[in-house]
Ligand binder design. Sequence first.
Ligand SMILES: *[C@@H]1O[C@H](CO)[C@@H](O)[C@H](O)[C@H]1NC(C)=O
Ligand SMILES: *[C@@H]1O[C@H](CO)[C@@H](O)[C@H](O)[C@H]1NC(C)=O
Length: 504
Amino acid sequence: MYSLTLVLLGGFSVCLALILICQPPSIYLLRGITNGPLVSHSFEKWESHLLPVNPLPRQHGYFLHITDMHVDENYVSGATVESACHKLAKESDVTSQVAGPLGAPGAKCDSPARLAQETLEWVARNWRDKLDFVVWTGDSARHDYDKSRMRKRKDIYTLNRQVTDMVKKAFWSPHHPVLPVVPCLGNNDVFPHNAIDEKDHDLLSFYEKLWRPWIPTGQRKSFRQGAYFATQVAPHLRVLSVNTLLFFNRNPLIEDCGSKNHPGDVQLAWMEDQLRLARREKAKVYIMGHVPPSARDFRPTCLDNYMATVSQYSDVIMGQFFGHLNMDHFMLYDASQPTNQTFRQTDEDKGGDLHATRDITEYVSWLRDMYSALDPVTSDPNKLPDYPASPLVVLQVAPSVLPIYWPAIRIYRYETNPSASNYGTLLGYAQYHANQASYDAVPGKPLEYQLEYTTDTLYGMPDLSPKSYHALAKRMVMGDAIGNATWTAYIRNMFVQARNNEFS
Ligand SMILES: *[C@@H]1O[C@H](CO)[C@@H](O)[C@H](O)[C@H]1NC(C)=O
Ligand SMILES: *[C@@H]1O[C@H](CO)[C@@H](O)[C@H](O)[C@H]1NC(C)=O
């Protein structure tokens, strides 16, 4: 508890005083009033026993979701894709695809550090001063595509330290106000991949220290027990950073939920406490994590327990953000129905890691079945279906920076007026990608992302509420001409325009 004076410096100095429920005053100076050197950039003084309070009253109404950077320290520009972009091509291989300076789209390679760097720099140049916070859903470290260079624990730590430094640099410069960043663990950020439980003290304390600037002081201890935390990003808005690996069906250290002291259930109990607290304090909540909850990736009882928890707080939870699958899409669950636990794993899926060669048609038809199964379908074909009375749960899944397709990042827009009845509602998002044209334009110039689409202009969505998603899902599976055209546009977006020939 503290009082805080924040001095921001532009051409003229702007002084914002923000008085919070306070104990010894601490002054956080980004720069001295006289344009002097950086006085302090430590968050250590921001003491709070409850939730941290973000001292920056930024209310631009935008935030970034960035995910799956998958940086590879062994990436070599000009390498063959067969070597996972690790070994330089000989002259005799010039006919096959070689690794580009910013990655090898569609190949089984990870990202060069330069791609992550240029992506963050693009966001910093174009968006840093308009964002309120950053949702960063993990998988900063590479895969194990090259069996001759299997990852070691220290490689994962080094890569995460490197990417965290890039993120800090992008959003935390002496010339700009500090932007809150909310990180979480991906299944490739743990060692061995997918495997983590509450007993991995080395890893948990590594990330607790690495992300200390963003983890509220009062939650460091609990973070070290399960890698989850809650943080305040706006006066009445909190983000829960959830460790989805505690529910993940490929985590060999975790069983199905429902057993005594299961770390996933312990986390769910914590989530429920946070959600109850938020409801009592009339705050709204965003949930974020790496692996999106579904029968494909969650253990069955963990999925049921997760849905049972979140569906009781549809008045509080205004959005849920995930990565991991590299595909731009959404999942929609009707919480009054039992969760459909059928997901036919393909051989590619069974391997665990995702890459460009997986069976995407299978996934697309699974998703279409999910939308089709939602109740109710109106009998009048000229009318959009009515919104069901039961709680719907929407999960947003953002595409990756790793160019499985084209690299992508997403900017959300949300309602910031605390007296509006829809405070915290997601109003829409703009999906950006670096497609072939911006990718090829690289030599000597910084990478430029381009707007791919927005949810209001392309899908005609007034907002991203469950009701709007329900209408979109039902329209796409209705089978009429407009529905079919919307479905095609949606699937093309899902693969970031890289597979358009397959979905015409
Ligand atoms: C569950 O999902 C499977 C695979 O997508 C589908 O074939 C089946 O019809 C679904 N069952 C229900 C009850 O919706
Ligand atoms: C829409 O697509 C479905 C399935 O692909 C097809 O059966 C139907 O005829 C299409 N409708 C129109 C109006 O083209």
